[in-house]
Design a protein around this ligand. Structure first.
Ligand SMILES: Cc1cc2nc3c(=O)[nH]c(=O)nc-3n(C[C@H](O)[C@H](O)[C@H](O)COP(=O)(O)OP(=O)(O)OC[C@H]3O[C@@H](n4cnc5c(N)ncnc54)[C@H](O)[C@@H]3O)c2cc1C
Length: 478
């Protein structure tokens, strides 16, 4: 009998397992795939390592929030590479380039130079970023179970805030221009927008060698604490007694008996697992099964020719549309935006691989969801992917000339790929839209991970700490 069984070995599940195993609890993590990591997974082709989800993080300088959290998880020893402080992100909007600088003061000064007539609103905006960024751990001092519930930044929409406070449309687009790392829709709470943007203004980092190192490091430590990780272990059902879950059932029929369950999976996936459970009401199951999801991503992982494209120590965001509409770009307008992310090269000044990302809706790929396994979906899907990739490469080449000529090989994934590898409904990149009430699903069933409120590496790490607090009543010293 385990103290805790965690469903899913994404970042959230692994961090929860780490925290609880370290406290001496008997923990097991159940992962459906042969490989752990979820959105942290990397894959290798022709000797090049590609990231599938995670690309960069913010707030990793000494004393900043993610640095303090990563110290708890012993992740600061990984090969982090700081991005250019004078321009960690470059946003192209309306054909013009805007650099995002690190440091609240530098960021404000740079933006005020671009938009001298908007100083007052920029001061207010940067004040909000600073306030959220510097008080992120206040969530742990709140007493109620739903620690973030009383925060007005959750009930205010980010778009509403920007519409009311930033009258200059160009500035509004530029400040929002580091999409697509955020699910920019009118439902996005201001807290999510501020937390993520603020952490990057603090500092921005990539990891040399791929995000999988985060998952591998956590897994090794979980095992050192006596925890177990089972791969190829898809949870498909559960058993109950006296209003609590008592066991999880794997697809091979194996039964895992446990006192507590933590779900690191999409709510729709959890509802399948608890489908037969009587103490979760039908209305509750229906509600969690029909939550609206954020958009997915088309990703083109590109292996570059040798010495063909200089490494850029920043990200490039391209926008040819209105930023808040681009998550819903129509097939005929595709592509309106792109993120160009450079992987840190093993050595030298030339990039070895880059990734291009752009939002893609489930509706665009749903017709190819014919029950076939990834890699066997037929020529029409392959042609669709090749066409979209070529269009995205053309867009990137317009802003960073030379990219197209530097392409050696490329690999394409769509929301369908994400759905298959992570069981996230509709292949959504960021899970459920809007905040879910942060609470237990039932007496001994807890949520964690990007679907319960905060996404991204910082957000998910916060959810893991909050889940531990619900379970044990404390959080590690940060
Ligand atoms: C394209 C893309 C780019 C991104 N870029 C960034 C970025 O640059 N910076 C950043 O901070 N964040 C980024 N993110 C977001 C970040 O990667 C995620 O928010 C975070 O990794 C999600 O972690 P998670 O643990 O909540 O979920 P997941 O990573 O989705 O993990 C869920 C796990 O559960 C497993 N699972 C599902 N169902 C079952 C089942 N029935 N039984 C057993 N196991 C199951 C899945 O296989 C998976 O391993 C990006 C995401 C995407 C998709």
């Amino acid at each position: 009998m385990y103290d805790v069984a965690v469903i899913g070995a994404g970042l959230g599940g692994l961090e929860c397992a780490y925290l609880l195993a370290k406290k001496g609890m008997k923990v097991i993590v159940l992962e459906q795939n042969p490989v752990i990591g979820g959105c942290l997974q990397t894959f290798k082709r022709s000797g090049v390592t590609f990231d599938t989800g995670f690309h960069y993080i913010g707030g990793l300088d000494e004393g900043q929030p993610l640095n303090r959290i990563f110290k708890v998880f012993n992740l600061m020893t990984l090969p982090w590479q700081k991005l250019d402080t004078e321009g960690f992100d470059e946003v192209f909007y309306g054909g013009k380039s805007y650099l995002f600088k690190n440091g609240y003061g530098n960021f404000l000064a740079q933006m005020t130079e671009y938009f001298p007539n908007d100083r007052a609103c920029l001061e207010k905006y940067v004040g909000l970023m600073k306030d959220v960024g510097e008080n992120i751990f206040d969530a742990f001092s709140r007493k109620q179970e739903d620690m973030l519930a009383d925060d007005s930044l959750f009930s205010t929409g980010a778009l509403d805030y920007l519409t009311q406070n930033v009258k200059n449309e160009v500035l509004k687009n530029v400040l929002s221009g580091t999409s697509p790392k955020l699910p920019l829709t009118e439902k996005l709470p201001l807290y999510h927008f501020a937390q993520i943007n603020s952490s990057f203004i603090q500092s921005a980092y990539r990891i040399k060698g791929g995000g999988m190192q985060i998952a591998d490091s956590l897994a090794a430590q979980i095992k050192q604490f006596g925890g177990e990780i089972l791969t190829k272990a898809k949870v498909v059902a559960s058993e109950e007694k006296d209003g609590a879950l008592t066991a999880l059932i794997l697809s091979n029929g194996e039964k895992i008996e446990t006192k507590n369950v933590i779900s690191n999976v999409h709510p729709l996936e959890l509802m399948k697992i608890v489908d037969k459970v009587s103490f979760i009401r039908a209305a509750q199951k229906r509600r969690y099964s029909s939550l609206e999801n954020s958009f997915g991503m088309l990703t083109v992982n590109i292996a570059l020719k040798k010495n063909a494209l200089k490494y850029l120590n920043r990200n490039v965001y391209i926008h040819e549309g209105e930023v808040w509409q681009e998550g819903f770009q129509k097939a005929e307008d595709f592509p309106k935006c792109a993120l160009i992310s450079y992987a840190v090269p093993q050595s030298g000044e030339y990039a070895e691989n880059i990734d291009l990302l752009t939002p893609m809706l489930w509706q665009d790929v749903e017709r190819f969801d014919n029950g076939s396994k990834p890699g066997h979906r037929g020529t029409e899907y392959e042609e669709f992917k090749q066409k979209k990739a070529a269009q995205l490469i053309d867009l990137a080449d317009k802003y960073v000339p030379g990219i197209k000529n530097a392409v050696d090989k490329f690999y394409v994934s769509t929301p369908l790929t994400y759905r298959d590898y992570t069981s996230t409904a509709e292949g959504s990149a960021y899970g459920v839209l809007k905040k879910m009430p942060f609470q237990k699903l039932a007496s001994n069933v807890y949520w964690t991970g990007q679907n319960i409120g905060l996404h991204g590496i910082l957000g998910v790490s916060m959810t893991a700490l909050l889940t531990q607090r619900l379970l044990t009543g404390d959080v590690p010293e940060l």
